[in-house]
Design a protein around this ligand. Structure first.
Ligand SMILES: [Zn+2]
Length: 148
């Protein structure tokens, strides 16, 4: 990797600078001391810049992996009305998040209103295609009987 090569070059240059420091004792001139100090400072700056570039590369590689995974999920989705359906996971995915940020977010049944499914990322609500109003009415009737 070019980056690793860059780091080893800097390490080699740092070693060379240390050798120069030994020579400095021999030379023992103020001008040489100043030059060596400048070189060391410049190498330290380069190391910092390379380190931060490496962090950015790792960050981007993670993002690319994430986008590839999302792209594979999105490719297998089927459009069902306004929703996307994942036949592999048997789950509905948020169309808003897919269109806005390319992330296939799973939609969850709203515990307060089971006729809705909601996205935890963008808070969009959709009609729950699996909602059974008869089942819900029985449950509510049962709940009211318990409250009395
Ligand atoms: Zn969403």
């Amino acid at each position: 990797m070019d980056f690793a090569l860059g780091l080893s070059s800097i390490s080699a240059a740092t070693s060379a600078a240390k050798e120069l420091l030994k020579l400095q004792e021999i030379i023992n001139s103020a001008e040489a001391k100043l030059k060596i100090a400048e070189i060391q400072l410049s190498l330290a700056d380069s190391k910092t810049a390379l380190s931060s570039a490496n962090e950015k590369i790792l960050e981007l590689e993670t993002k690319i992996k994430e986008l590839k995974t999302q792209s594979q999920i999105i490719d297998r989705l089927e459009r069902k009305g306004e929703l996307f359906f994942d036949p592999q996971e048997n789950l509905h995915k948020c169309p808003n998040c897919i269109e806005a940020v390319m992330i296939a977010m799973t939609l969850h049944v709203n515990p307060e209103n089971k006729s809705e499914i909601v996205c935890k990322k963008c808070n969009s609500n959709y009609v729950n295609p699996n909602y059974d109003p008869n089942k819900n009415r029985i449950a509510r009737g049962h709940r009211s009987a318990m409250e009395i």
